[in-house]
Structure formats: structure tokens, C-alpha cells
Design a protein around this ligand. Structure first.
Ligand code: ASC
Length: 152
């Protein structure tokens, strides 16, 4: 029993070490690519919902619920890619990401909160409420782009 515990502790310690090493070794350009990939997928799975909000795409509660679940996970992924070490990399990120880190974090939290609401609301199948929640997510995307992404 004790031996098993020790083995588990050693495995945990080794695992933590490996994770820390892996993080340290990720090249800045790879972090940029990874964060851009997560943001691209956020765009992919939000796109049709934005279309439903505008009436360009027929409302489909099942698609909203599915995509909301994807968005919930994706909305957690980009942020550790904005490491200090990536400041000098070519990207559309504005310097405010690092100079106004508290506000950037607030924008991330805003998105995650809005997406969490969409997940909940979309399960209820109420079209008007779901569309309002989609609108809130869109505002959270746009709010971050306004302040932290180069205009394009
Ligand atoms: C998208 C997408 C964005 C957001 C934003 C919402 O589908 O790619 O960047 O929605 O336009 O305000």
C-alpha cells in the first residue's frame, strides 16, 4: 500500500516535471500558431451562430447547443499562448495585450462567462433567449478585438 503511494507520488512529480519542461520548450512562434488556431476555431463555431442571430442562417437549437459546448472549451485555450516571450512575434496582437494585462484578462473572463451562459440557455431551446446569449458572446469577441487586435 505504502509502496503504491510512493509510486504514485513519484509518477506525479515526474509528470509535473515533464509538463513544466514541455511548457518551457514551446517556441514563441509555435505558441502564436496555437493561439491563432484556437481563435480560428472559435470563429468557426461561432460563425453560424452569428449567422442565426442576423437571420442569415436558419435557427437550429441543436447546432447552437453543440457549438456552444465546443466554444466553452475553445474559449479557455488561446490565452496562455499570449506569453511574454511571444511579444516580438509577428501577429495581429496589439501591445495592449501585455501593457494592459488586467483588462485583457477581464476580456477573456467576459468571453468565458458569456459562453457559459450560452451553454446553459441553449439547452432550454428558447430561440429568443438563445439569440440574446449569442449576441452577448459576439459582443465579447468584438470587445476583445476592439482593444487587443490590430484593426483589419
Ligand atoms: C466571428 C468571428 C469573430 C467574431 C466577431 C463578433 O464569427 O470570426 O471574430 O464573430 O466578429 O463580434
Amino acid at each position: 500500500m505504502k509502496r503504491k503511494l510512493v509510486a504514485a507520488a513519484v509518477a506525479l512529480a515526474l509528470g509535473a516535471g515533464v509538463a513544466a519542461t514541455a511548457r518551457a520548450q514551446v517556441k514563441p512562434e509555435v505558441l502564436v500558431k496555437q493561439r491563432q488556431s484556437a481563435l480560428t476555431l472559435l470563429g468557426k463555431y461561432f460563425g453560424p451562430l452569428g449567422g442565426m442571430l442576423k437571420g442569415a442562417v436558419p435557427f437550429d437549437a441543436a447546432v447552437v447547443a453543440r457549438n456552444a459546448g465546443y466554444l466553452e472549451v475553445l474559449a479557455k485555450m488561446p490565452w496562455d499562448g499570449f506569453a511574454e516571450g511571444t511579444k516580438g512575434e509577428k501577429s495581429h496582437a496589439l501591445p495592449a495585450v501585455w501593457s494592459d494585462a488586467a483588462k485583457f484578462k477581464q476580456a477573456q473572463d467576459h468571453l468565458q462567462t458569456a459562453v457559459a451562459s450560452l451553454v446553459t440557455v441553449s439547452k432550454g431551446g428558447d430561440e429568443a433567449k438563445t439569440k440574446a446569449a449569442i449576441g452577448d458572446v459576439g459582443k465579447a469577441c468584438g470587445g476583445c478585438h476592439d482593444n487587443f487586435r490590430e484593426k483589419r
